[in-house]
Design a protein around this ligand. Structure first.
Ligand code: NAI
Ligand code: MG
Length: 481
């Protein structure tokens, strides 16, 4: 289906000749890059081209030991004792250098993870800097944030992050930990380690006391060793619900505090009184941009029956205009799927949905032959019992269900193991307030979608995890009272 808005765009690639990547990256421990005890390295690839970008160290349990010891030492001897307003200056400095090196960070983020440069340049990197700015401001005001409660830091935080927002998740984790006086061992995901290693260079340039932030690379076993380490006081994890459950079991009966930000399967609900064109834009933004690699993606669309035909027709027309391809092209809407494994998982769900008898719609866009790509996809006529409705796909795949009444849509939206986010599109404020009080989701957007701000708390219900990141709430998991 071609739309009247289906213009051709000339290529507009972002330059990458200014990017300097080393062939090999070591572990950032105690303020220095050190070789891993394991002596092992693994490759990280550009999923858009399947080219190897660099090799990074594979930390084993001895390396984890060293990183935790360095964080503990820095906590006991330096960071815990430092006046909060001095700590704030370091955090502020990190924010400033992220801004100065924004272009480089954005290009690296898109190369290593496959996300469109528009997203990394306009969202990931500026929002990461904003998180450091925001939490720098709280560092010396904890007494005001929690009056008469004498907030105290915890110690060493082990932070494990996923591949969908590598730099931003590092910022979400590191900034509040430092502001509250804790020290950090952070592990980025194995497919996207490079922006975190650049952040390590930035932290070195900012002269943070050695050991306050340690950044180590590796796979799940490295993460598991961090979780199990006896000198770790707090665990912050973002990733799959399966690993979240493993972590919760591993720390049961210990004193370790944890926040888990896990999967999602958000309902995006469009009522017949909604501004339909805006809603269509919000649906597209909610699931297709960033390849659906978003835990709060609006992956389940609920449309009121009497406007369903119109919404679906307009959605298909808008989808036809989406450009799938080179993440470094400034016109690209949908970049590369992060890894072959993730693409295989998405393709498996495309088969499952078709087998479940759903109508599949994919745009006619061509996708590059090399690299991992998936066209934006709809499953029309979906039902609550379909696996593609119940399970997290984490790709540009949207299921569409219709509803007649508010009660029905609340029931269906909530009838899912997850509860991270939701969207509501309506002209009526009263309907918005009604739904926001009844939808079991941590974040609910009204007449917009996927909006983020460091001042606003984020986190889930049910199997989407617990604890909040961002805002004043985001300080609490790093404090004892
Ligand atoms: P994952 O949960 O395995 O990986 C996330 C992080 O946890 C990575 O740094 C990984 O090395 C680490 N990890 C893995 N096993 C661990 C363990 N036993 N102990 C401690 N750390 C461990 O996620 P994966 O395999 O990359 O993606 C699988 C699915 O998870 C995706 O298809 C998607 O549905 C979901 N996911 C959700 C995310 C979110 O933001 N909520 C982000 C990434 C994936
Ligand atoms: Mg990569």
């Amino acid at each position: 289906m071609k739309s009247e808005f289906n213009w051709e765009y000339a290529p507009a690639p972002e330059a990458k000749d200014h990017i300097k990547l080393k062939a090999q990256y070591d572990l950032f421990i105690n303020g220095k890059f050190v070789k891993p005890y394991s002596k092992k390295y693994f490759a990280t690839y550009n999923p858009a081209t399947e080219e190897k970008l660099a090799e990074v160290a594979q930390a084993n349990s001895k390396d984890v030991d060293l990183a935790v010891a360095s964080a503990k030492n820095a906590y006991d001897k330096v960071w815990k004792k430092m006046p909060a307003k001095e700590r704030a200056k370091y955090i502020f400095r990190i924010a400033r250098v992220i801004q100065e090196r924004a272009r480089e960070l954005a290009v690296i983020e898109s190369m290593d993870g496959g996300k469109p440069i528009r997203e990394s340049r306009d969202f990931d990197v500026p929002t990461a800097a904003n998180h450091f700015f925001y939490y720098a401001g709280w560092a010396d005001k904890l007494e005001y944030a929690f009056p008469n409660r004498n907030p105290q830091s915890l110690g060493v935080a082990a932070q494990i992050i996923p591949w969908n927002f590598p730099l931003l998740m590092a910022a979400w984790k590191i900034a509040p930990a430092l502001a509250t006086g804790n020290t950090v061992v952070l592990k980025p995901a194995e497919s996207t380690p490079l922006s975190a290693l650049k952040l390590a260079e930035i932290i070195q340039d900012c002269d943070l006391p050695p050991g306050v932030v340690n950044i180590i690379t590796g796979f799940g076993d490295t993460g598991a060793a961090m979780v199990a380490h006896p000198n770790v006081n707090k665990i912050a994890f973002t990733g799959s619900t399966d690993v979240g459950k493993i972590i919760q079991k591993a720390i049961a009966g210990t004193n370790k505090k944890a926040t888990l930000e896990l999967g999602g399967k958000a309902a995006n609900i469009v009522f017949d009184d909604a501004p339909i064109n805006q809603a269509v834009e919000g649906i597209v933004n909610g699931i297709f941009f960033n390849q659906g690699h978003v835990c709060c993606a609006g992956s389940r669309l609920f449309v009121q029956e009497n406007v369903a035909a119109e919404v679906i027709q307009k959605l298909k027309a808008r989808m036809e205009t989406l450009i799938v391809g080179d993440p470094l092209d400034k016109n690209t809407d949908i970049g590369a799927i992060n890894s072959k494994e993730q693409l295989d998982k998405i393709n498996e769900y495309l088969k499952i949905g078709s087998k479940e008898g759903l109508e599949l719609f994919q745009t006619s866009a061509s996708v590059p032959k090399k690299g991992f790509y998936c066209k934006p996809t709809l499953f029309i006529g979906a039902a609550q019992s379909n696996r593609v409705v119940q399970e997290e796909i984490f790709g540009p795949v949207l299921t569409i269900q219709t509803f007649r009444t508010i009660e029905e849509v609340i029931e269906k939206a909530n009838n899912i193991p997850y509860g991270l986010s939701a969207g509501v599109w309506t002209d009526k404020g009263s309907k918005i307030f009604n739904l926001t009080s009844k939808l079991r989701a941590g974040v609910i957007w009204a007449n917009t979608y996927n909006k983020f701000d460091p001042t606003s708390p984020f986190g889930g219900y049910k199997e989407s995890g617990f604890g909040r990141e961002g805002g004043l709430h985001g300080l609490m998991p790093y404090l004892k009272f």
